[in-house]
Design a protein around this ligand. Sequence first.
Ligand code: PHE
Length: 453
Amino acid sequence: MKEREEFGSRVAYILALTGSAVGLGNIWRFPYMMGEHGGAAFLITYLFFAAVIAMPIMLCESLIGRRARTGTYDAMKILSPNKGWRLLGGISVFAAFTIASYYSVVGGWSIDYLVRSVFTGFKGLDHYSAAALSYRVFSSPWEPIIFHTLFLLTCSTVIFFGVRKGIEKISKLTMPLLFLLMVIIMVYALFLPGSFNGVKYLLKPDWSQFTPKMMAAALGQSFFSMSLGMGAVLVYSSYSKKSDNLLSSACWTVLFDSGFALIAGFAIMATVFAIGANPGSGPTLVFETLPYIFSQMGLDSPLAARLISIGFFLAVALAALTSEMSMIEVSVSHFIEHRGMSRAKASLLVFVLAWIIGILCCMSFGSLSQFKLFGYTLFDLFNMVSSDVLMTLGALGFSIFVGWVMDKAVVRDELTNGGTMKGNSILFKPLYFIIKWVAPVMILIIFLTNLFL
Ligand code: PHE
């Protein structure tokens, strides 16, 4: 049998995990969620969940992956004789695949806006024409399909090259560039007159917004942002070395992801307040409000506005690409390991399937906008079901699996590398307690209160 691929180093593994985590969730979703849920109150709740629930769940997924050294479905098969758990593996492959399909549509929009920034810029847009532009971009019969195709094709090509030559190479290249771009944009934004109100907005908590709904939103966002509950971390970790420290890798990833979300949040809110735009404008914040802002900036400094808008949409596209790669890899590794396909065949198959579903998602902003299931368009349905329901249930499943189904000695062995890591051995007890009790109980309470309240 061919030897299974591995990441070349611990740094490569952490960068790949960070690449999966840092994505549209940080630049597109996080700022608007914060805008909708009361700024700093949301931020504090989010950071709390990131440290206390998301990090331990990431640990669960990574230790399952590294122990089983295979994709999600087969990992469940290897680690538990109980067939019911395979359902969790199957659901996570399904969730990863559906998210990959609609995520590629948004990834396509970001390439579209990048191309516009390069060739035309956003000169002369006012509020209305910025909204009209995004409407045109989203609902045109062919434009989003072309860019979705381009985005998905790039991603599938990287995946076709495999773990070392594909995922690792691209993550090492894009992650430092992405952070650099975002920091430059944030510094520029913080120097704009009036930007300080945006900073205040992010730092002043409005606790009246602290409701079960907001908690559920913050928890869901932490799972989405850290790619949890659908096997992406599991699959990447199955390519990590036996000598890697899973705990410190998970901590670094959570730190990088939250740090990046904060940088993006400050950059975007500082700019939004400097221009006097609406911070709570929702999902359209990045694609509607920002182009308007770039056009306003361009009145005083056209070159800076142009460069910042190019840098910004380049960052969005790169962040989206490395996240999409991890979702596609979940399905590709499944077809390779479970069905015995070659990587080339599996990459092609997943590309074609995700491409077709992605096209339907593109059309749900245009010709299929009247087609609704349970009151949602296809895009909204995928977005809602996969991130609000499947990811949360997946995360719950993985924590129960590690806390209640796997042998405790095996869990300790993975977390402490056979007892050789002193620090991890000391932390094992509290971590295990969180995994077994705190995380599942909190997820369940928040999930149910949100469902019924
Ligand atoms: N974490 C990615 C983001 O923040 C999204 C993602 C979800 C990636 C699930 C992989 C798996 O955009």
